[in-house]
Write a protein that binds this ligand. Structure first.
Ligand code: TNX
Length: 548
């Protein structure tokens, strides 16, 4: 058996799976090890899904598969116990994996003309196996309604799959423009279908506070609405765009719990982001005493950009933030709490006698060190609760807090530096991971933030910096795409900017290290887009317009 497996491994690693352009396997992200075989397995009225009734690991994924197959095919593909009566039939069989080759997220899928077997070690592994299995069927398998006249065949193959990176994420900014719960769920569902496992929810910023905090009701009463200004430009390269309209919205804690449950069912962990010490204007508008000038009048941000009004590092502010984070941690069970840390101007601190005194007292030489003091205190608080902070790469300035993970966004330097300091890193450099950039010729595209980021450019991105030593490379947890919504007012616009680019990120987060073949990806993607049609996704067709 070992020999056969070794041979299979050899063939699949060296066999140039990616060299083919005529692709009958529209799998995306493409599996780590794949071997196509002759023949196919065809679903019939007799096909059942066999899963151990008491095996909680198998049941959820088996039921999910059953629901989707029954919906799209109209065939009675129900979940049954694997009794001897089914031993001979052509069924889809879930079974426990014992070889230790799947890990926490992987699975083994064997499709033969007589049987499909699905093996994994975890519920997540089975869930990902189901995603792949659905992709082996004709794209109509994604239909929300029964499609007739389709031969429901899967090509015979063997797949041993597991991700390259443990962290595969997508961030959505709901502060600049609020997005309704139903859409957030759809967004999470899509992420999971592409085997991404982390949804970073950017819940607070200058332009809106979007999460109900019971202890501080004004955060949402005051901080969740703004009226856009009618004047002003973001910069020379940006045409006028403010609409003079009120914008607002927030999630109640009940809604958040519902979204967290929804995500968990799809094996997506949510990382909530509470921005500090900068990007805090919405909170300060609600509670001016959190700023260094408590008597000043503040308004929730009306234009984009970076504001000088930031949290003042007073005990009042720390109490507030700890209270907020306590409620946040009660809602989100994941390990990481994102505390922002980016773009914090230091003017207010420089002008504040309190801050200057504090710096003397704490022997801090620069405002960067004061920022580091700020983040360290939050780090200590969050760590004491058994969680960990994650922050944008500015948290390196003035010294990294002991337990912090860094999101490298201004480039890759921050990530490289953090890894050298033995801190875990998520790579999300603007040049490759910012899905708010243009994806085509600006004159033909809706208004976006400056810069061009094509699917092809993303696909060529290698998240692990070559200059790191093998030991340092282990600190690179993975890769994330960011969807900042200054220029996206509606869910449709968010989808247009996110897809298909997020799929390229999903694949580079999943695929084993090594050369990638964009042509092959593009062929699979083009076919895959038909699935997104069934899922009602307003993706951009730009890639194929240009290439046609
Ligand atoms: C920078 S990326 C920001 C965001 C903006 C984004 C626009 C980061 C940590 N901060 O506040 O929305 O640029 O691309």
């Amino acid at each position: 058996l070992r020999c056969v497996l070794a041979l299979w491994l050899f063939v699949s690693v060296s066999g140039g799976v990616f060299a083919q352009t005529e692709n009958t396997y529209n799998l995306i992200p493409f599996p780590a090890q794949f071997a196509g075989q002759d023949g196919q397995f065809t679903l019939t009225a007799f096909t059942r899904i066999l899963a151990a009734p008491k095996d909680a690991k198998q049941q959820a994924a088996a039921q999910l598969l059953s629901t989707q197959l029954r919906t799209a095919t109209g065939l009675p593909v129900t979940v049954m116990a694997p009794t001897p009566a089914f031993a001979k039939g052509k069924h889809i069989v879930f079974q426990a994996h014992t070889g230790g080759r799947c890990g926490s997220e992987g699975y083994l899928l064997r499709v033969t003309p007589d049987r499909v077997t699905v093996e994994a070690e975890t519920p997540k592994g089975y869930f990902y196996a189901v995603q792949t299995l659905l992709q082996l069927l004709p794209t109509e398998a994604f239909s929300p309604k029964t499609v007739s006249g389709v031969t429901w065949a899967m090509p015979a193959c063997q797949i041993l799959d597991r991700p390259r990176y443990a962290y595969r994420g997508l961030m959505l900014d709901v502060s600049r423009h609020f997005m309704p719960v139903a859409f957030v769920k759809k967004y999470i569902d899509l992420l999971a279908r592409h085997k991404m496992n982390t949804f970073h929810w950017h819940l607070t910023d200058d332009q809106g506070w979007r999460i109900e905090i019971k202890k501080y009701p004004k955060l949402t009463q005051v901080g969740s609405t703004r009226t856009e200004t009618l004047a002003g430009h973001y910069g020379e390269n940006y045409p006028f765009r403010y609409d003079g309209q009120p914008h607002g919205g927030f999630y109640t804690q009940e809604q958040i719990k519902d979204v967290v449950r929804y995500a968990a069912a799809r094996h997506v962990t949510i990382i909530p982001e509470i921005e500090l010490p900068g990007h805090a204007l919405a909170a300060i508008s609600a509670y001016p005493e959190l700023s260094c000038e408590p008597t000043k009048r503040y308004e929730v941000g009306k234009i984009w950009g970076v504001y000088e009004d930031v949290y003042c590092p007073t005990e009042k502010t720390f109490t507030f933030l700890q209270d907020v984070l306590t409620e946040v941690m009660a809602l989100f069970p994941g390990k990481y709490i994102h505390i922002g840390g980016d773009e914090c101007p230091k003017e207010a601190w420089k002008k504040s006698a309190f801050c200057q005194n504090l710096m003397k007292q704490q022997k801090l030489k620069t405002e960067e060190e004061l920022q580091s003091y700020f983040i360290r205190r939050i780090d200590k608080f969050v760590t004491a609760k058994g969680r960990a902070i994650i922050g944008w790469d500015e948290i390196l300035e003035g010294g990294l807090a002991p337990n912090a993970t860094v999101m490298s966004w201004r480039g890759t330097e921050g990530g490289i530096e953090a890894a050298k300091q033995k801190h875990t890193v998520v790579m999300t450099p603007g040049a490759f991971c910012y899905l708010d950039k243009y994806q085509g010729e600006p004159t033909q595209e809706p208004l976006a933030i400056g810069g061009l980021l094509t699917v092809e450019k993303i696909y060529g991105y290698e998240p692990t910096p070559a200059e790191l030593t093998p030991e340092q490379k282990k600190y690179i947890l993975g890769v994330q795409g960011n969807v900042w919504t200054e220029y996206m007012k509606t869910p449709e616009q968010v989808e247009y900017m996110s897809y298909p680019r997020a799929i390229a990120l999903a694949e580079i987060g999943w695929m084993p290290e090594g050369p990638r073949n964009f042509e092959d990806f593009a062929v699979r993607l083009k076919n895959h887009l038909r699935r997104l049609d069934y899922l009602g996704v307003n993706y951009s067709k730009r890639l194929f317009d240009v290439r046609a």
